[in-house]
Write a protein that binds this ligand. Structure first.
Ligand code: HPA
Length: 249
């Protein structure tokens, strides 16, 4: 049985080199996940893979069924979730292709079903307020940092992740505000995913891949060609990291 799941983000709709064992469709009380989960062997470890945007990358960030995805992973016995996510960089040290392991986040999303503790669904239980002081699992973050330390990859071992609503990119003024708030990177999928993982008591951490400089921080406009070219490099870096990481988990 696999205990580790990898959620693939933009640029990672499969894990090339993964020896696929089987796919399993899981139906959840919250609807359908982004697709069936793929069981396989990767870098010597049994893992489960789930592409957040679907296998054809067709689900936009605000329409992802985050609850179904996390519930499905917990249901099949997963305890640890490594989430890859494309981001724009706000901090000037973070360059396209770099990997960032955020240690904190700020949620700017709205209107997304964001909790398993809906009123009425647990009528026999008191109102639940999960602790979210440190939104990412330190144990998994430490594995990421240790794995990266034996590579020559450009990584940033902390940073505040701004979760925005999308699907549009930000304005310069919005990025200025995120910077004033202390955010180093900005992406559209980090929430409610991290909070839902915590509600289910999963060990969850993010490996962010810098796809572009955020709005107003690089070229006058952000093009999808630029994002795709940078993600190719970033995804290769993520694979190098995974080869070191998986034996540690
Ligand atoms: N903003 C939000 N999400 C993103 C970006 C960005 O600049 N790049 C990749 N995902």
């Amino acid at each position: 049985m696999a205990e580790l799941a990898i959620i693939g983000g933009t640029g990672i709709t499969s894990l090339p080199g993964m020896e696929i064992k089987r796919k399993r469709a899981v139906h959840t009380p919250y609807g359908e996940p982004s697709g069936p989960v793929t069981y396989g062997h990767y870098c010597g470890t049994t893992v489960v893979f789930l592409p957040r945007h679907g296998y054809g990358h067709h689900i936009p960030p605000h329409q992802i069924n985050y609850r179904a995805n996390l519930w499905c992973l917990q249901h099949i016995g997963i305890q640890t979730v490594l989430a890859f996510a494309a981001v724009g960089s706000i901090h000037p040290d973070m360059q396209p292709g770099d990997l960032v392991f955020p240690h904190q986040l700020i949620d700017y999303t709205w209107g997304r079903p964001h909790t398993f503790f809906e009123q009425g669904s647990h009528q026999d239980q008191p109102v639940a307020h999960i602790d979210f002081t440190d939104p990412y699992c330190e144990r998994l973050r430490k594995c990421l940092i240790d794995a990266a330390s034996v590579t020559s990859l450009r990584v940033h071992t902390q940073g505040v992740y701004a979760a925005t609503q999308g699907p549009r990119l930000e304005t310069t003024a919005e990025v200025d505000r995120l910077e004033r708030d202390g955010c180093a990177i900005v992406g559209m999928t980090g929430m409610p995913e991290a909070a839902l993982a915590r509600e289910l008591e999963l060990c969850y951490a993010t490996c962010a891949i810098v796809a572009n400089a955020a709005a107003g921080r690089g070229a006058p406009t952000i093009t999808m060609d630029e994002v795709e070219a940078n993600m190719k490099i970033g995804v290769e870096n993520a694979r190098t990291l995974l080869a070191e990481l998986l034996p540690l988990i």
